[in-house]
Write a protein that binds this ligand. Structure first.
Ligand SMILES: Nc1nc2c(ncn2[C@@H]2O[C@H](COP(=O)(O)OP(=O)(O)O)[C@@H](O)[C@H]2O)c(=O)[nH]1
Ligand SMILES: [Mg+2]
Length: 347
């Protein structure tokens, strides 16, 4: 079935508020990009023999949900630790795979300290295990790995409370790749679960609808708002509102018995008795109150152009018009809510 454009827009809204990324960071030339390729079983990330080729982050789809983000190397001439911290912060990512291939360096410690302080989750990787050999041939590979873990524990003890150890991997021999793939898959599954919970949450739906109402303002209260109102050309406003909420004719027919119009809503308030009660300054105050509630506004700045023009033109009793307009918007918002509620149940 075709996905409703409003549903697509809500999905994007939730995606933007959910984590679905894992950052691959660590020492230069440690094999970060190679790991992304190995995990994906295809060659997409750019790897390099000489220096770390990545200066910016690059994203690679891991599965239908998760994205692996390739970072530059930590502690190179090109990328200062300050710039690196900024990259991490801007990414908004919470989970990181930190890749080592040699002794832990000053720059690594500084970055890990920063990550721990910012409550980021860390998976520690020791790559190129195939090259882990003792030149004097005294120690076995197992002993070398144990020493590496000891170095890790001792060095990171001041910064990370929980016990730490490496996942030993090699993109060359495939060692440890299944374990790493499994760990990453579990993180993405948890993130996807979180996405689903957010998608189904009532308060997320309300905050999306409020965001939609809010972003409708500049489209309605344009400099031509006055003309539209004076000519009672409400269809153009209706079209703007329907388009903005991505509501189609079929939707209106599905969820409403009658076709709502602004004119009809205005008529309900355009009685002489109602008119007499509100006038002048009092009217302006009422309009302001109404708009603040409907659009969740802190100030009236975004609508002042349109409203100002209305009052300059001496449109008396603008209250029924604004009331009719906002009631119409509420009705369309209700249809949008129902469409999205149906999609929440279908999830
Ligand atoms: N021996 C060995 N070399 C590797 C391994 N993984 C990557 N490399 C090599 O390390 C170099 C740097 O790899 P790259 O993925 O570009 O590292 P990045 O800078 O961390 O992204 C390349 O020449 C890779 O072929 C590994 O597991 N074993
Ligand atoms: Mg790279």
């Amino acid at each position: 079935m075709e996905i409703h454009p409003l549903v697509t827009s809500y999905q994007q809204f939730i995606t933007n508020r959910s984590n679905h990324k894992i950052g691959i960071i660590g020492q230069p030339d440690a094999g970060k990009s190679s790991l992304i390729n190995a995990l994906n079983n295809n060659n997409t990330a750019h790897t390099s023999v000489h220096t770390d080729a990545t200066l910016q982050t690059k994203e690679y789809a891991f599965d239908t949900y998760g994205i692996l983000v390739d970072f530059p190397g930590v502690g190179t001439e090109e990328v200062s630790t300050g710039y690196y911290k900024k990259l991490i912060q801007q990414s908004g990512i919470n989970h990181f795979v930190y890749v080592f291939e040699s002794k832990i360096k000053e720059a690594d410690i500084e970055l890990i300290k920063y990550l721990a302080k910012n409550d980021k989750e860390l998976i520690l990787i020791y790559n190129k295990t195939d090259a882990l050999v003792d030149i004097t041939n005294h120690d076995t590979v197992e002993e070398l790995k144990r020493d590496k873990n000891t170095e890790l524990k001792v060095t990171l003890k001041p910064y990370i409370k929980k016990p730490v150890s490496y996942i030993f991997v090699s993109t060359l021999t495939q060692e440890g790749l299944d374990t790493l793939r499994q760990t990453i898959t579990e993180i993405f599954q948890a993130q996807q679960q979180d996405y689903k919970e957010k998608y189904a949450a009532d308060d997320m739906l309300e905050s999306y609808l409020n965001y939609k109402a809010h972003s409708l303002l500049p489209k309605l209260f344009t400099p031509s708002f006055k003309e539209v109102v004076m000519k009672k050309n409400y269809q153009s406003l209706e079209r703007t509102i329907l388009n903005h909420f991505k509501i189609q004719e079929d939707d209106v027919l599905d969820y409403k018995k009658e076709w709502p119009t602004i004119q009809e809503h205005i008529a309900k308030f355009d009685h002489p008795e109602v008119k007499e009660k509100v006038s002048g300054l009092k009217e302006l105050a009422k309009i302001a109150q109404l708009l603040r509630t409907v659009f969740k506004l802190k100030t009236l700045n975004p609508v002042s152009t349109g409203l100002g023009a209305l009052f300059e033109a001496g449109v008396v009793n603008a209250f029924p018009t604004i009331q009719g307009l906002t009631n119409y918007i509420s009705e369309i918002k209700d249809i949008a809510r129902k469409i999205l509620e149906a999609s929440q149940e279908a999830e």
